[in-house]
Design a protein around this ligand. Structure first.
Ligand code: GLN
Ligand code: ZN
Length: 779
């Protein structure tokens, strides 16, 4: 009998050359029929299964493919499409894309996020898309199922079974995958206010029979395994959710399909014995993030069950240290009598496809990396190393050499960066004077009216701007011409802001493609791939930078643009930099030192930028941190530690500001309740946040907390072209004034305006300035 099996929880779906993105967008434009889109999907699946088989995996995974999002597939599988869409007899695929993107005329769809990283619920009349939110602590966004106390489930889609049949017909051994019932319910939101425990109570008994039908059908089709994903076992679960696992899995087991319960992203901790005793045939655990639990799992899991260890990191792009992996596996193998499944820690959805087309990466760096396909190869080497060590010797030696080279590389380690961090004075993260004193000095210098108006940084990225940037990248536009084009854009933005009567101006960010890539490209220690795309949501992909070495800033980045913008006007122009936590969060981060140390290095680079900006006469600098919250660990335990380090990194970047330099920060979300002390600890002079869609409800939290510094609650939603009138914004501002002392309030939109056009931008800002003037009149 075989002892070692290999598999993966899932494979990327967007296509190595983003074929799915292309097909989807053509379909949405009406250039590709549904049948042609289905064909494109079939081709991609056949290719990814062939890749898995060729890499020697024992099963191909089926059910990880989705035209938009795998959670949305489950919504159709279980027949729980929200009634609010009023579907009649539309085809399944039409309904699917309506769930995902909203109905035309709904004002916004899910393809227009403000920063390419975040999805946003729609709000206008019509049928806005399902809300999107981050899949655990990844940058992938799923569509949130909408349930209520009355939701009924039924087996309503044959897509999964069709795909299984497709794989079987191609001769593959199939492991189907499904999100488990508890995780599915956990990820959903109640649209009728039903408290979560009640929703669980009511809906689980209705959902389980449908799972039973799905499992019975998969079994009948002849799948070898069904992977049932319950990543919530790695969360701090309320007791009622933990208990629900026992009943649920007792019932699912009745279907008789061999179940592989899959967990990932987080240690099991208090759920470890629960996960081990559930009546399933196997358990997959994350052997990277929960390596310390492996021996306990090997002990607790009954010997007749399969143990699958995700030993190759599915969340990062570094080559596995195979010797270390084998050492981690050794005691587990011993306890399991040599029987083990090897896998990646989680689905490979979160990494790019393959290193092969990366011709521009430095060969040395490239030899340190492993994308999805290279990770499959690593699994094969690990299996060989266990089964037939002699046969794996050569592959192991290559891997060992790459790991050793990376460890010793002088290019990774920059003594000056390390020395600077080590020598930082104790007060490096501390502004010179307390806020109250800074505020007076800044007030004198800036001489702003009450309720000062400003924007978040970007102005519309027009087709002209994009094509200038593309031409410059291609070499069709030389540096001087590009610079002239950007200067013209800056001047245009400044003149329009002056005409609108805004108080604090911005240069408009015309020169930036992306708020992280732009800085990464100019920092040492960062590399960029040509094809390293990862799905963010739907057809939207991101290409995260790779932080591979010590970070430093060889030269000023934004200073000349800011200086030029300021030279055009007597009003203050806000300098604009991306914060260290956000740069870290939206990159692939080196794994050879704690993330927080990398954050500190980025912070020092940005600190120099802030300093240079103030030396250049910029009186206000905004340090954007929209991703501060995204880095929060999944479990409560490590959260305080994360927040401490995140706050420190921000402060390291900011504290170089003189007392009379005003530091702003910006965050694009509305959940602050649990992190208000840390937000206050950032000690930014002004924070601008997204609030308009929660109708300022969030401000209550700031008010109750007595948030000490200035605050600019967004008065209008920038995710839609809709122009709110003055009265609407005035109502929000009056509401804000009732909870926050008026002297602390700023007036600004929710976020940057780069996805908008100029006409609606100008109209909305004009109304916003009028609303602020009215507020001043009411003082
Ligand atoms: N300054 C950035 C902008 O206005 C902020 C974007 C963001 O927070 N996502 O575009
Ligand atoms: Zn924002």
């Amino acid at each position: 009998m075989k002892n070692i099996y290999t598999h993966i929880p899932g494979y990327p779906r967007i296509g190595a050359r983003r074929e799915l993105k292309t097909a989807l967008e053509r379909h949405w434009r009406g250039e590709l029929t549904s049948a042609e889109l289905e064909d494109a999907g079939r081709v991609l699946r056949a290719r990814q299964w062939a890749r898995q088989r060729d890499a020697g995996l024992d099963f191909v995974t089926v059910g990880d493919f989705a035209f938009y999002d795998h959670v949305a597939n489950h919504i159709q599988l279980f027949g729980c499409e929200p009634a609010r869409f009023g579907f009649q007899d539309e085809a399944a695929l039409v309904r699917y894309f309506t769930l995902a993107r909203g109905r035309a005329g709904a004002g916004r769809d899910n393809d227009g996020g403000c920063c390419g990283h975040e999805g946003h619920p729609g709000h206008d009349s019509g049928s806005p898309a399902l809300e999107m939110t981050k899949w655990f602590d990844t940058n992938y966004h799923y569509l949130v199922p909408e349930l209520d106390a009355g939701t009924q489930f039924e087996l309503a889609s044959s897509r999964l079974f069709d795909e299984v049949a497709e794989a079987l017909a191609l001769g593959h051994a199939v492991k189907a995958t499904l999100i488990g019932p508890l995780t599915f319910l956990w990820l959903a939101k109640a649209t009728d206010g039903t408290p979560r425990p009640d929703l669980l109570d009511r809906l689980l008994p209705r959902l389980l029979p449908v799972y039973g039908q799905v499992l019975a059908r998969l079994k009948e089709q002849g799948v070898a395994w069904v992977q049932i994903e319950e990543p919530i076992l790695g969360l701090d679960l309320p007791q009622e959710w933990r208990s629900a696992f026992d009943t649920a899995y007792w019932q699912l087991n009745q279907a008789g399909a061999p179940l592989l319960l899959a967990t990932y992203f987080s240690p099991l901790e208090e759920n470890l014995s629960l996960a081990c005793r559930l009546p399933v045939a196997g358990l997959h655990v994350d052997g990277v993030r929960a390596a310390h639990e492996l021996v306990s799992v090997a002990d607790w899991l009954p010997v007749h069950k399969v143990l699958s260890v995700g030993i190759v990191d599915g969340r990062n792009i570094w080559r596995t240290d195979l010797d270390a992996a084998l050492a981690t596996l050794a005691p587990v193998l011993e306890k399991r009598n040599g029987q083990l499944w090897l896998s990646t820690s989680c689905s490979l959805l979160h990494v790019p496809y393959t290193l092969q087309p990366e011709t521009a990466l430095a060969p040395e760096l490239k030899s340190w990396l492993a994308f999805a396909d290279e990770k499959l190869d690593e699994l094969a080497v690990l299996r060989a190393a266990i089964e037939r060590p002699a046969a794996a010797a050569e592959a192991l030696a290559i891997s060992r050499a790459a790991i050793a080279a990376r460890r010793a590389s002088p290019r990774v380690h920059d003594a000056a960066v390390r020395a600077r961090l080590a020598r930082l004075p104790a007060d490096a993260a501390q502004r010179k004077s307390p806020f109250a004193e800074r505020r007076l000095l800044q007030g004198v210098k800036l001489d702003l009216p009450p309720f000062p108006t400003t924007t978040i940084g970007s102005f519309p990225q027009t087709p002209a701007i994009r094509s200038a940037r593309a031409a410059c990248k291609r070499g069709a536009l030389d540096g001087a011409a590009y610079e002239a084009a950007m200067r013209a854009e800056i001047e245009h933005a400044i003149r329009r802001q002056e005409a609108l009567g805004l108080d604090v101006l911005v240069h408009g960010e015309a020169e930036r493609n992306d708020m992280v890539e732009y800085f990464g490209e100019q920092l040492a220690g960062f590399a960029f791939t040509q094809n390293g795309w990862v799905q963010s949501y739907g057809s939207r992909c991101v290409k995260p930078p790779v932080i591979w070495g010590d970070v430093s800033r060889p030269a000023p980045i934004t200073v000349e643009w800011a200086r030029y913008a300021q030279s055009l006007t007597a009003l203050p122009v806000k300098g604009m930099v991306t914060g260290p936590v956000t740069i870290l969060q939206w990159s692939f981060v080196r794994d050879d030192q704690p993330r927080a140390d990398t954050a500190d290095q980025i912070a020092l680079a940005m600190r120099d930028e802030v300093d240079d900006l103030q030396q250049a006469g910029i009186a206000i600098v905004q340090i954007d941190e929209p991703a501060l919250r995204e880095g929060l660990p999944l479990r409560q335990g490590p959260r305080a530690g994360y927040l401490d380090r995140a706050v420190r990194a921000f402060r390291l970047a900011a504290a170089v500001a003189r007392d009379d330099t005003q530091i702003h920060t910006h965050m694009c979300y509305a959940e602050f309740n649990d992190i208000l002390p840390q937000i206050a600890a950032l000690d930014a002079d002004v924070i601008t946040i997204e609030t308009s869609r929660s109708a300022m409800a969030l401000l209550d939290a700031f008010g109750n907390f007595r948030y000490p510094n200035d605050i600019g609650p967004g008065v209008y939603d920038i995710h839609s072209p809709r122009v709110p009138d003055r009265g609407e914004m005035l109502a929000l501002l009056r509401r804000a004034r009732s909870v926050i002392p008026p002297g602390q309030l700023w007036v600004n939109p929710d976020c940057g305006l780069k996805t908008r056009g100029w006409p609606e931008t100008e109209a909305a800002l004009r109304n916003m300035v009028e609303a602020a003037r009215q507020m001043r009149a009411e003082l």
